[in-house]
Write a protein that binds this ligand. Structure first.
Ligand code: GUN
Length: 287
C-alpha cells in the first residue's frame, strides 16, 4: 500500500493566506505593517536563493521586507552594530541572520545579540530556554512547520512514539521539545545511536533531519508510521543535480502511512512559518 503524501506546498499556501489576512487587519485596524529584516553575510549560493525566496514571499503577504547583504569579510563589530540598529527600529518586527555565517564570525554571539522579541528564527538562547520550559516563545520555523503538518494529519499526537533523527539546534532539538510538548514519547537518534534502524522502527512519527541523502530506507520504518523528511540534499543526476531528502522516498512510500516529499514537503512550510512568526512578533510588539 502506498502512503498518503503530505502536500507541504499546498499547506504552506494556506498558511500564507492566513498570514496575509492578519497583515491586512493589522494595517487596516492599527496602521501597522509588519517588517522583516534578513541579514546575509557573504555569497553562499544556497543562502542567496533562500534569502531571495524569503524576500519575495514576505512582500507577497503584504509585509515589508528589508535585506542587508554584507560582504563576506564584514567584521563582527559591524554586524553587531547593524543588529543593534535593527533591534531599535520600530518598523522592524522580525530579524533573521542567515546561517551559516563565515567562520570568523561567532554565530552564538551574533544570534544572541538579536532582541529575543524580534528573533523570528527562535534561535536566541532566551527563546530556546522558553521553549524548553514550555513557555511562550518564538518557535524555530522548520520544526514548527513539521508540527503543523503532523497536527493536521493526526489531530492529537498524545502518547505516540516519536523518533527525531538529528540533534541540531536548528531542527532536531527544538523538534524534540515540540513533540514532548504534544505529549509524545520522544527519542532523539543520531550518528552514535546503536542499532538506529531498530530505534526508528519503534516510531509512530519519524522525523529525519540529518542531511544525509536517502539514509532512511523502508526497513527503518514501522508500517503505517508518519514520516517527515526535513532533508534537502543536492545529489548528482546525470549532467545535472536533483534534490532528495534524508528518506529514500521510493521505498519509504510503500511502508509509511503518510510521508512528506522532497521537494514540496517541509521546505515550503519553513518560510510560511517565518512569515507567521513575523506577524506574531508584530502583534506582540503592539500589545
Ligand atoms: N540556514 C538554514 N536554515 C536556516 C534557518 O531556518 N534560519 C536561518 N537563519 N538560517 C538558516
Amino acid at each position: 500500500m502506498s502512503a498518503k503524501i503530505i502536500d507541504g506546498k499546498a499547506f504552506a499556501a494556506t498558511v500564507r493566506e492566513k498570514v496575509a489576512g492578519h497583515v491586512a487587519r493589522l494595517k487596516a485596524d492599527h496602521g501597522i505593517t509588519p517588517g522583516l529584516a534578513v541579514v546575509l553575510v557573504g555569497e553562499d549560493p544556497a543562502s542567496q536563493v533562500y534569502v531571495r525566496n524569503k524576500g519575495k514571499q514576505t512582500i507577497e503577504v503584504g509585509m515589508a521586507s528589508v535585506e542587508h547583504k554584507l560582504d563576506a569579510g564584514t567584521s563582527e563589530a559591524d554586524l553587531l552594530a547593524l543588529i543593534a540598529e535593527l533591534n531599535a527600529d520600530p518598523a522592524i518586527h522580525g530579524i533573521l541572520v542567515q546561517l551559516p555565517l563565515p567562520g570568523h564570525l561567532n554565530s552564538d554571539l551574533v544570534i544572541n545579540s538579536i532582541d529575543p522579541a524580534k528573533d523570528v528564527d527562535g534561535f536566541h538562547i532566551s527563546n530556546v530556554g522558553l521553549l524548553g520550559t514550555g513557555q511562550k516563545s518564538m518557535v524555530p520555523c522548520t520544526p514548527l512547520g513539521c508540527l503543523m503538518m503532523l497536527r493536521d494529519h493526526h489531530g492529537s499526537l498524545s502518547g505516540l512514539n516519536a523518533v527525531v533523527i538529528g540533534r541540531s539546534n536548528i531542527v532536531g532539538k527544538p523538534m524534540a521539545q515540540l513533540l514532548l510538548g504534544e505529549s509524545c514519547t520522544v527519542t532523539i537518534a543520531h550518528s552514535r545511536t546503536r542499532d538506529i534502524e531498530a530505534v526508528c522502527r519503534q516510531a509512530d512519527i519519524l522525523v529525519a533531519a540529518v542531511g544525509r541523502p536517502e539514509m532512511v530506507t523502508a526497513d527503518w520504518i514501522k508500517p503505517g508510521a508518519t514520516v517527515i523528511d526535513v532533508g534537502i540534499n543536492r545529489v548528482p543526476n546525470g549532467e545535472k543535480h536533483k534534490l532528495v531528502g534524508d528518506v529514500d522516498f521510493a521505498s519509504a512510500v510503500e511502508v509509511a502511512g503518510a510521508i512528506t516529499p522532497v521537494p514540496g514537503g517541509v521546505g515550503p512550510m519553513t518560510i510560511a512559518c517565518l512569515l507567521a512568526n513575523t506577524v506574531t512578533a508584530a502583534c506582540r510588539a503592539n500589545g
